[in-house]
Ligand binder design. Structure first.
Ligand code: 1HE
Length: 264
């Protein structure tokens, strides 16, 4: 079930009974999935062109590491103007991940560093296995984050922790990463992809409008002043509950035909 743009280092495969899960894989293991310009553009294209059947996506990397970040071999060739446009290209690509049609679960292992952490932070859920580690080496390489990390990473862990990571080169291991909020799930080595697929399958059963509200509206509400946020919440709540799918689901619960919440 191979799909999507032809790039030798990126694949999109459909999974799930109804082809409702897209598995997007970085496949540049020899370079630890370092993100060249062409690979980043392929990521953008993949998320902008997901097939209509897809309800959730999983993002992962081939080999021992999720992603080593920016392809440093390309960095040395860039002047300031080109650097600006390069950063804006990353912004567009990672916006395509965060604000694409479906929720995205990132399956993390090994290095999640620099632009790799920026990419992971554009996903909606991060699942990390025990081999995962996080770093922002930009600080010690004389550069700065340029792929939206300055906006997205503080939302996960706060400005103080990100500043520390960049000022001191601090690395977080998998357990620490889960504790501070870099990942929402911590799983045994080698199982992040399976867990991410299971979560994606669960997400794919939600009403699409609810998923859309969570991926597109909630982050906007979080940026709004409180009274604006409440108004936006009321509007999206009204739209979601008016959908026929919401009525069917609520009727199913009231008729005893839907799963109840229970403690884990
Ligand atoms: C690379 C890159 C890369 C590896 N660009 N080529 N990111 C970094 O500063 C992290 C740099 N990478 C590493 O710290 C390590 O490579 C890893 C911890 C990720 C993996 O270590 P290891 O021992 O498994 O692999 P390796 O031997 O270091 O690397 C294998 C090859 O991948 C080697 O090339 P080879 O031709 O000698 O085999 C490395 O040069 C190559 N490689 N990482 C290019 N990043 C929008 S702004 C974002 C800014 C940033 O992301 S800056 C942070 C960049």
């Amino acid at each position: 079930n191979a799909q999507g743009p032809a790039h030798p280092e990126l694949s999109v495969e459909l999974a799930g009974e109804h082809n409702d899960i897209a598995v997007v894989r970085l496949s540049r293991p020899a370079k630890r999935n370092a993100l060249s310009d062409s690979l980043m553009l392929a990521v953008r294209d993949a998320f902008q062109n997901l097939p209509d059947t897809v309800r959730a996506a999983v993002l992962h990397g081939e080999g021992d590491h999720f992603c080593a970040g920016l392809d440093l071999a390309e960095l040395k060739e860039r002047d300031a103007g080109q650097g600006l446009h390069h950063s804006r290209m990353w912004h567009a690509a990672l916006d395509a991940v965060q604000f694409g049609p479906v929720p995205v679960v990132a399956a993390l292992h090994g290095a999640v560093v620099g632009g790799g952490l920026e990419l992971a932070s554009a996903a909606h859920i991060r699942v990390a296995d025990e081999t995962t580690f996080y770093a922002l080496p930009e600080g010690t390489r004389g550069i700065f984050v340029g792929g939206g990390g300055a906006v997205r990473i503080p939302k996960l862990i706060g400005v103080a922790r990100m500043t520390d990571m960049m000022l001191t080169g601090r690395t977080y291991n998998a357990e620490e990463g889960e504790r501070v909020g870099l990942a929402q799930y911590l799983v045994p080595a080698g199982t992040a992809l399976d867990k991410a697929l299971a979560l994606a399958a669960r997400i794919a059963t939600n009403a699409p409008l609810t998923n859309y509200a969570l991926t597109h509206t909630l982050p906007r509400i979080a940026e709004q002043p409180g009274d604006h946020g409440l108004m936006t919440e009321a509007l999206i709540a009204a739209i979601a509950q008016a959908a026929p799918e919401a009525k069917t689901r609520v009727r199913a619960f009231l008729g005893g035909k839907a799963a109840k919440m229970k403690p884990t």
